[in-house]
Design a protein around this ligand. Sequence first.
Ligand SMILES: Cc1ncc(COP(=O)(O)O)c(C=O)c1O
Length: 437
Amino acid sequence: MSKTSGYDAFWMPFTANRDFKANPRIINRAEGMYLYSDDKRQLLDATAGLWCVNAGHGRKEIGEAMSRQVAELDYTSPFNFGHDIGFEFAERLVQFTPKGLDKVFFTNSGSEAVETALKIALAYQQARGKKGKFKLIGRELGYHGVNFGGISVGGLTTNRKGFGPLLPVDHLDHTLDVTNNAFSKGLPENGVEKAEQLERLIKFHGSDSIAAVIVEPVAGAGGVIMPPKGYLRRLRDICDQHDILLIFDEVITGWGRLGANFAAEAFDVLPDLMTSAKGITSGVVPLGAVFAKDEIYNTINDAAADGSVEFFHGYTCSGHPVACAAGLATLDIYEKEGLLTRGSGDIGTYWQEALHSLKELPGIVDIRNYGLIGAVQFAQQDNGKPIGFDILKKCYAKGVMVRSMENTIALSPPLIIEKQHIDQIVSTLSEVARDIW
Ligand SMILES: Cc1ncc(COP(=O)(O)O)c(C=O)c1O
């Protein structure tokens, strides 16, 4: 193997490096709903990459907009200087966010959006004189990226252990309840009372020590867990009652994934801060964002001396002009093709019914769905080894790319999906389940 064509140098993220490099799965081309492997196989993308390629692969409009932007202005410092396309993109973005979330801070990823949101929450409490409010509440099985704030509030043990002391946080219990809610279509009926744990944590820590609660409206990486009916509304009410900020991490639930612009809209619950990334550029180029209420922005600004920097935070590539160009072109596609509401229309209904048709297959213990998200949870094997990764490999061999989490297969296709693609995903999962059990 030559020095430039080998697999040695790339330390792959969230990957079993040795296993992968012994048997690589290389994708070198993509178009529409499909990926193409180096052995020239066509693979249906049932996960939109990592919940991000919402407009489908190979959208020329996005590439052309980026190319024009490079020719016009490739980069300029975002500290103390601005560029028109950054302001244009910000104004356009807040046309899509729920009313009230009208300020946007740009980052480069979901993880950075989470760190930024947590820091805004802390800065806000300081700015309003609530100096003791510095603790954060997350949730078991929550995923908020991989930076230190995110893994502190995150609730995935593997991502937390081994990294030393984290931030002062506590966690709500997760809301997955296969015993009472198995095979729910849409939001599960049972579990609203789990929100009451927030009251207990507030009593334990004292509301004067808690800055913010952060949750994913639908937990993704922790197993695709829909919120029980009324749960998010109850969290909102408890936060209001105790003067605590509510942050929705909408890195996967934003941009049409739930059949609405954001989960905040789909579930009619307005957070104080909302993170975004991934679908904001349809995954073409890294970009993240935090949307904040005016009151938060104004309070932080008003607390600083005239002419001084109000919030000591930002990235070299915050609002990168080329990423903004990609984002604007992505929003054009979403609007022109009506992609953001497809999941709550006929195709969303077809998706739901097709997934739930797998219910009678052997080995399946739960199926969950909302908008264009789906999860199929398989039984724990007698040997205790999670089966998800084996299923992923078998689906890959049969031409469908899925994601695995322990015993769960997660599905989040591009929003351009049509019925024939849904049929292919479901028939492949069905064949694989029959092969295994
Ligand atoms: C809810 C949520 N937050 C944050 C992140 C981190 O985003 P990134 O990988 O872009 O840093 C992810 C990634 O999957 C996510 O699902």
